[in-house]
Design a protein around this ligand. Structure first.
Ligand SMILES: Cc1ncc(COP(=O)(O)O)c(C=O)c1O
Length: 401
């Protein structure tokens, strides 16, 4: 007898799995069966717990968001909600579009991830937002730039690529006086090194495409905050269509399970490599907040350390772009991958990737010269990294002493 395609296609069989599976299943359903019209209404309005439509929410997103909220300290730390989004950029967009309106003014760190600056400068100004860029490590400059319409300060805990650590407590008191929101992008620090709510943040975003997932196979963002933001954020995430997919949430939940171990190892590697590179004559400067020579070393000890300072460092070659190109072409085991937070160590070149929106003059002024590369440490052994970097630097010396 032929199977009836109407039955097979319209109603695939569901089975109740018993005993409970030992890992979280992936709930791919786009829509859920409701018991009645009233039930659907109650679910959608939040009167009853449960799910209706994947864009509004699904179990894998709820589980991952709660993991994120707990990593940031949960209720005890005043973190009332967390949501996960399709990318880090959508978390940043969500934080802004759910809180600001036409005519509002933002103060942006002048070394933000390039796309964040572009989001505000190129996209959101068309919707009537205004902004200024300031050095978030210079509190007087920030105070002077505040306008009556300033409603948000956007800062990275450790600004990419020179890893300047912002004075979050001072920025928080400036924003409180102004009745503005302090929005912190904590991607480079992660909640395992810094919990920005402890230093006065109102909203925190992270790109979990980086070390929190850690395996280089997912795009994902996270936004968490306090009670008064929860409803508007939860509404906006569905309205703007920023929901993360169940499979991606499942992968990131799995990545988070080992994040503390990977981050410990990667931080150790970054510190060792920073110290190693500081001894090399071809390297003019090493930027790592764990080094005494870093301009924000003291703030880093207070906000990020005292023993771990992140997996990213940057260094500047004495020979500028010529040295950078030689390094990339001679380096056989360290891939040039313009992202960060992978299992393997990678390098990137901010002038043509994350910060390509800056003019050469502005980038030079900020210290992101044409000789600067950014290194994202993975979880190899520190010895492997010293050998690899040492070999490439020696080969460069042989070609051009
Ligand atoms: C500091 C920082 N914030 C946000 C983002 C955006 O994250 P995503 O690529 O997940 O959209 C990035 C991406 O590189 C980043 O480096």
């Amino acid at each position: 007898m032929n199977a009836n395609p109407d039955e097979i296609c319209a109603k695939p069989k569901k089975i109740a799995v018993q005993p409970m599976p030992s890992t979280m299943p992936i709930h791919t359903a786009a829509v859920y069966e409701c018991e009645s019209a009233q039930h659907a209404g109650d679910l959608l309005s939040g009167e009853t717990d449960g799910f209706v439509y994947q864009r509004d929410g699904h179990p894998n997103a709820v589980v991952l968001a709660e993991q994120c909220r707990q990593l940031h300290g949960g209720e005890e730390a005043g973190v009332d909600f967390a949501v996960v989004t399709s990318t880090g950029m959508s978390a940043m967009s969500l934080a802004i579009v759910s809180h600001l309106k036409k005519g509002d003014h933002l103060l942006l760190g002048n070394q933000l991830y390039g796309r964040t600056t572009r989001l505000i400068a190129k996209e959101l100004t068309r919707w009537g937002l205004e902004f200024d860029e300031v050095d978030m490590c210079n509190v007087d400059q920030v105070k002077a730039a505040v306008r009556p319409q300033t409603r948000m300060l956007v800062v990275e805990t450790m600004a990419n690529p020179l890893l300047h650590v912002a004075d979050l407590p001072s920025l928080s008191s400036i924003s409180q006086k102004q009745n503005a929101i302090l929005l912190v992008d904590n991607t480079f620090a992660t909640p395992l090194l810094t919990r920005p709510f402890a230093f006065g943040a109102d909203l925190v975003i992270e790109s979990m495409s980086k070390i929190l997932n850690g395996h280089g196979d997912v795009m994902m963002g996270m936004l968490c905050g306090k009670k008064d933001s929860a409803e508007r954020v939860k509404d906006a995430i569905s309205t703007w269509g920023m929901t993360a997919s169940p499979f991606d949430c499942w992968l990131v939940s799995r990545g988070l399970a080992t994040a503390h171990l990977r981050i410990d190892r990667a931080c150790e590697n970054a510190m060792r490599l920073a110290q190693f590179l500081e001894t090399k004559k071809r390297i003019q400067r090493v930027f790592y907040p764990g080094l005494k020579s870093h301009p924000t070393a003291a703030m880093a000890t207070k906000l990020v350390g005292p023993t771990k300072f992140g997996n990213v460092l940057s260094c500047e070659f004495t020979g500028g772009l010529r040295d950078v190109e030689a390094f990339i072409s001679l380096s056989k085991k360290i891939a040039f991958c313009p992202s960060l937070g992978e299992i393997a160590t990678t390098i990137s070149y901010p002038r043509t990737t994350s910060h390509r929106g800056l003019s050469a003059q502005t980038a030079d002024k900020l210290g992101i010269t044409d000789g600067v590369i950014r290194i994202s440490c993975g979880i190899e052994s520190a010895q492997f990294l010293e050998n690899e970097f040492g070999l490439v630097l020696n080969a460069m010396d042989e070609i051009s002493p």
